[in-house]
Design a protein around this ligand. Structure first.
Ligand code: BG6
Length: 491
């Protein structure tokens, strides 16, 4: 079958969604630690105390009122505080990954575990040691770590007191942290990602409601600082160990025109440019693409207010990535027509596609879109590719005898593995695949546990009740066979 020798089969998680231990061994808080759980109907809320000490609730991207402070409120539940307790159970979890035959495990380092506020000159030794033990454990099981340096978790202190990524100085704080990672884990980690789904920083209007201009003005500036931070990290990573393979990471959505109306065809191309190629081109080609000014103008971004220097542009040129990596969950229909049903998913939205099925959370299932996406980015960048996330969030039921039958998940993965096989047959240089939430994790979007992605079930509910015990779902054995036969046995 199609998969090349040494193909990196594996699974993926992120520190803030699995580790828990949010205030253990010197770790500082991140935004997820002041974010409550939600659901598909109820957005997650960020909590704070106002200037008079009264509790308050913010939406994502909301601005703190004058004098307010982010706060963990009593009698409120914060699912990321516990995660699935991987901080204390990583040995058990890695043994299960090894049992499935993982060749790689994609995970992230929590920035605030190494630099609790982000401002420290030296890292927190306990945090550094923790990840050394995790990486050593992976190596002991012959599993190659694939490590994201940032997965939506800037230290809360930087966000609250230093304007986060709207402040140029955050570049230096990030670079100091990234350098620590490269130095400390040299020889243990070779595959790195600088930023998870960096393109989620580029806003996207809902079908029927445009976003305010400031969202784009800030989004473009934040992205620029992150591009520079990433480019500097890539250069340092290469200096410290020329064997390092460093990638970007894009939230890969396959956009389709909603109709054959020429206006939809054009809007669809613009969507690919704004959401997929804008970030991909900067990180893979080292320069802003030709359509950049059009993207800015379309959203009234005032160029004269952007802080982009000649030195920055030179950094981008020097710091291009070695591989293209992306998450893939769905395709989306782009249209100028408003008489359609809007569907959401993974921080974006589009019109319902009548040819696809949708999950209980409204995310479309579209394996053909994966083949399409792979061919597009293979042709555009000519880099090795890893799909660093793909999976189905679904409700699971534990039977009386403890078994968990998840044919829907097996079906989803079977179709996506076949889609990868097709792409490889057609010439795509795909070198790895890490399924999302290989063990159940706290959902990033909704904060739920019951939106489960794993091959491994974790006994924990949305209120924090459960033993945290792990058990194998039917899909565990399916993926084990898939890996053992390099994608031949998908039955
Ligand atoms: C990706 C993120 O956007 O999608 C993950 O990188 C996230 O952190 C995953 O968990 C699935 O999204 P959700 O909202 O179902 O957890």
């Amino acid at each position: 079958m199609a998969f090349p020798e040494g193909f990196l089969w594996g699974g993926a998680t992120a520190a803030n969604q699995v580790e828990g231990a949010w205030n253990v061994d010197g770790r500082g808080p991140a935004m997820t630690d002041v974010t409550m759980g939600g659901s598909v109907k109820q957005t997650r809320k960020i909590t704070y105390l106002d200037a008079d000490g009264n509790p308050g609730y913010l939406e994502r991207h909301g601005k703190l009122p004058e004098g307010a402070r982010y706060a963990v409120l009593p009698d409120h539940y914060y699912p990321n505080h516990i995660g699935v307790d991987e901080y204390h159970r990583f040995e058990e979890d890695i043994a299960l990954f090894a049992e499935m035959g993982f060749k790689t495990y994609r995970m992230s380092i929590s920035w605030s575990r190494l630099y609790p506020t982000g401002l420290e000159a030296e890292p927190n030794a306990a945090g550094v040691e923790h990840y050394r033990r995790v990486f050593q454990c992976l190596r002991d099981h012959n599993i190659e770590p694939l490590v994201a340096i940032w997965h939506f978790d800037t230290p809360l202190y930087l966000e609250e007191h230093c304007s986060g990524w709207l402040n140029r100085e955050t570049i230096d704080h990030y670079v100091r942290y990234a350098e620590t990672c490269f130095r400390e884990y040299k020889g243990l980690v070779r595959y790195w990602l600088t930023f998870n789904e960096i393109n989620n920083g580029m806003p996207q209007d809902n079908l029927k409601n445009p976003l305010p201009q400031w969202r784009y003005q800030e989004g473009v500036q934040i992205l620029h600082y992150q591009f520079v931070a990433s480019a500097k990290a890539v250069q340092i990573g290469h200096e410290i160990d020329p064997n390092n393979m460093i990638g970007n990471m894009i939230c890969g959505i396959c956009y389709y025109p909603g109709t054959c109306d020429p206006a939809d065809i054009e809007l669809n191309r613009h969507m690919w440019e704004q959401k997929i190629f804008y970030c991909g081109d900067v990180q893979c080609k080292g320069e802003y693409p030709s359509f950049t000014r059009r993207v800015w103008a379309a959203h009234d971004v005032d160029e004269s207010k952007l802080d982009i220097t000649e030195d920055d542009l030179a950094e981008l040129k020097r710091g291009t990535v070695d591989m293209y990596t992306f998450s893939y969950y769905m395709s989306q229909n782009v249209t100028t027509h408003t008489d359609v049903e809007e569907v959401g998913g993974n921080m974006s939205s589009g019109a319902r596609n009548p040819y696809l099925t949708y999950s209980d959370w409204g995310w479309s299932t579209d394996p053909s879109g994966l083949t399409y996406y792979l061919e597009v980015v293979n042709d555009r960048y000519h880099l090795p590719i890893i799909i660093t996330e793909n999976g189905l969030g679904a409700f699971d039921t534990v039977e009386e005898d403890g078994s968990i039958h998840d044919p829907y998940r097996i079906d989803y993965f079977r179709q996506h593995v076949q889609a990868m096989q097709r792409a490889i047959d057609w010439g795509v240089n795909l070198i790895g695949y890490t399924t999302w939430g290989c063990i159940d994790v706290v959902s990033a979007g909704t904060g739920e546990m019951r939106k489960r992605y794993g091959f491994i079930y974790v006994d924990m509910d949305d209120e924090g009740k459960g033993t945290l015990d792990r058990s194998r779902k039917d899909s565990f054995y399916w993926y084990q066979r898939c890996i053992a036969t390099d994608g031949e046995d998908l039955g």
